[in-house]
Design a protein around this ligand. Structure first.
Ligand code: ZN
Length: 395
């Protein structure tokens, strides 16, 4: 069961840090009455079972128990340790399903946008404190839970692990990307039922067979001591062939056959084209190109490179409304702000995303705004959309 142990270690660390928040959630989730029984065994309590003895329901897994003194653990018999780890694992799964329900609600409200984050991923990793991989797994599972409510019981019982839910969602995204097909909820339910109790390797095989696709390899991204980033990606044969063809086509400009140099060269071209900013490239001397790939993984659903969209396109066809900003003004404002300038009105937290940037009118054209530089602002597409929905009084 190496599959579950990896999750266990990760969420065990999270358990201790989330413990203090439990009471604040107690009124918002009907399942959170578990917290009413929360107890802390101090080092003066030598009997680990004393809490359950006072609980008439003998509902051991309803207690959140922390043993503060490691010496207490050393005194336990082997059978007691075995009982304890199983009990904690049960509590951990219950807590996890509660976390997923809360994330689902935050996602449905798009609360993260109002708070100045460009995505749920950014919110969970920057504000809540999850690692990127942990945040992505929880998002995938929470969104699957939104589609399949019975997933909650499957995760709580240990029948299905977080990583399995994540694999289903990854496969669905890949199918959408490569075949332009939305995987139906019925197919996901069908696949889910065949994954019960399977380990990671068997799950990968089963998912691949079910959708008739290659076994999916996860992208691995590690920040190293010098802030360079080690990135491991898997390309399909077609993607790899395209990469090699493109490398050959620019071999006059990138003489050394290094993929990192090629990525940097292409990145510079895109940055210059979109912003007018010229970056000096010294091949082999910088890891900037690899760093530039960092957000690719964090924005799986937005895999295209930075897309600059004139947000006024929706209004251009309307009579008596001037056209959007000139290219000069767009380049000027983008040279001043290379990221989204949305701020949470309460906390003033800046979004700062540099994905899908749009040059926006602070004062909208339809409301009498103009195309002068002073009226220009840079927003990511999601915050531009939030602004539009607010102005249009859409929910
Ligand atoms: Zn933004």
């Amino acid at each position: 069961m190496e599959f579950s142990s990896a999750i266990l270690i990760e969420t065990m660390k999270e358990c201790s840090s989330t413990n203090t928040n439990l009471n604040t959630n107690a009124n918002t989730n009907t399942n959170l009455n578990t917290n009413a029984n929360s107890k802390v065994i101090s080092n003066t309590n030598t009997n680990m079972y004393s809490n359950t003895n006072t609980n008439t329901n003998m509902n051991m897994n309803m207690n959140i128990i922390v043993i503060e003194n490691a010496n207490e653990l050393r005194k336990l018999k082997n059978s007691e340790l075995d009982f304890r780890i199983k009990s904690l694992a049960r509590q951990e799964r219950e807590l996890l399903t509660q976390v997923l329900h809360v994330i689902k609600e935050i996602d449905n409200r798009r609360l993260y946008l109002e708070m100045g984050y460009s995505s749920l991923f950014a919110y969970l990793s920057e504000s809540v404190g999850y690692s990127p991989a942990s945040a992505q797994r929880r998002i995938d599972a929470a969104r699957l839970l939104n589609e399949i409510p019975s997933l909650s019981e499957k995760i709580e019982s240990g029948e299905i692990h977080l990583t399995q839910a994540c694999m289903i969602q990854m496969a669905a995204r890949e199918i959408k990307r490569t075949r332009q097909i939305n995987v139906s909820t019925d197919d996901k339910i069908d696949l889910l039922s065949s994954l019960s109790g399977k380990n990671q390797r068997d799950t990968e095989k089963q998912v691949a067979q079910y959708f008739d696709m290659p076994v999916m390899q996860k992208t691995i991204e590690k920040t190293q001591a010098d802030d360079s980033v080690r990135l491991e990606i898997t390309l399909t044969k077609s993607q790899y062939d395209k990469l090699k063809q493109a490398q050959a086509l620019v071999s006059h400009a990138v003489p050394i056959n290094q993929i990192t140099d090629f990525i940097e060269y292409v990145s510079d071209k895109v940055i210059k084209q979109k912003t007018g900013t010229k970056n000096k490239t010294i091949f082999g001397a910088s890891s900037a190109a690899v760093v530039a790939c960092k957000d690719l993984r964090n924005s799986k659903t937005e895999i295209n490179l930075t897309t600059l969209v004139d947000s006024t396109h929706q209004t251009n066809s309307m009579p008596n409304i001037p056209k959007g900003f000139s290219s000069k003004i767009k380049k000027e404002i983008l040279s001043r702000h290379s990221s989204c300038q949305y701020r949470d009105p309460k906390t003033h937290k800046l979004c700062g995303s540099n994905w899908f940037l749009q040059v926006d009118h602070k004062h909208s054209l339809w409301a009498g705004g103009n195309n002068q530089l002073e009226n220009a602002n840079v927003l990511c597409s999601r915050h531009n959309n939030l602004k539009y929905r607010r102005e249009a009084h859409l929910k």
